[in-house]
Design a protein around this ligand. Sequence first.
Ligand code: NAD
Ligand code: UDP
Ligand code: UDP
Length: 315
Amino acid sequence: MRYDDTKKILVTGGAGFLGSHLCERLLADGHEVLCVDNFYTGTRRNIAHLLGNPRFEILRHDVTFPLYVEVDEIYNLACPASPVHYQFDPVQTTKTSVIGAINMLGLAKRLRIKVFQASTSEVYGDPEVHPQVEEYVGHVNPIGFRSCYDEGKRCAETLFFDYRRQHNLPIKVVRIFNTYGPRMHPNDGRVVSNLIMQALRGDEITLYGDGEQTRSFCYVSDLIEGFVRLMDSGPEVTGPINIGNPNEFTIRDLAHMVIELTDSRSRITHRPLPPDDPRQRRPDIGKAKALLDWEPTVQLREGLERTIAYFRTTL
Ligand code: NAD
Ligand code: UDP
Ligand code: UDP
């Protein structure tokens, strides 16, 4: 803690989609923010509006290398998140998750501070338990195209819990379910950004497989509220804790909603389902409700309207 009670908070992956919203929120709460990013998928544009703030600082750095700084809390978000990006250089993806986690845990251990890990619903793989509860140990292929991400994130969770058991480190692990909103990468291949960009450009809307697979979409401001509540919770609350919106939609429903909200004349076309694509996904958020008094407030239609408005400005 500084002499004036302002916390200095490290956000790795701070120039990415979620990281930029988190930096913005922490600054609004009066903290100092050190944003660390190697700009692999993140951009300076995402944080351009924060650069004039004297409490905001950026460091270009790759978390797979050690980092010696003095801070009061760490949020570890660095890792490409969309399948297109994390499969582009899969070895680097595993290194970022695993070595990045070791370095951030080592930093937290030296400073005796709280460290937060952005884990993912992908740790459940293609789930056989529905909705997914935190106790479910998952159904993950260790050698497939998604494994660099899924297994990397699983190993990161292992490291977090071992640092807690072995070094009594205060940890906070969140399992993030599909999140969308302004500043998503327009070309990252994720379904919300893809469908909106296709609809706005009048291109064909690509449904993979039969479009009957499901996802549950959380609006970014709801997710960030969950992050901050988890970080500020008592030391007994370590997670892993699911944060996501429990309203489940088929990808086909989503496509129809995007077409309607953009007033688009695009037509739907089918493409092959990518390998290991989970059939269904929906968080059980009972723990987040009970322990953090958290639940989402922005529903899909409203969140899509805000996201569409953002993507229009990028065209
Ligand atoms: P993003 O790709 O927009 O952001 C990731 C950021 O990490 C980028 O700014 C990137 O440049 C940076 N980065 C990547 N490798 C790095 C490295 N080695 N060193 C330093 N910086 C590095 O993705 P996002 O959607 O903002 O995801 C943020 C975190 O949340 C990730 O850890 C991701 O796994 C997790 N997550 C996101 C979602 C989602 O729906 N968006 C779902 C589950 C989990
Ligand atoms: N580390 C870091 N910053 C620090 C302290 C440690 O990046 O302020 C890195 C360090 O390079 C090490 C890793 O974190 O590889 C794990 O640290 P830990 O102390 O757990 O392990 P050790 O140094 O004993 O291998
Ligand atoms: N998807 C789709 N069309 C697209 C992009 C994705 O039908 O243009 C599907 C994809 O096959 C998956 C779902 O939408 O079933 C969510 O995909 P995304 O990559 O956004 O996230 P994840 O699979 O990691 O949940």
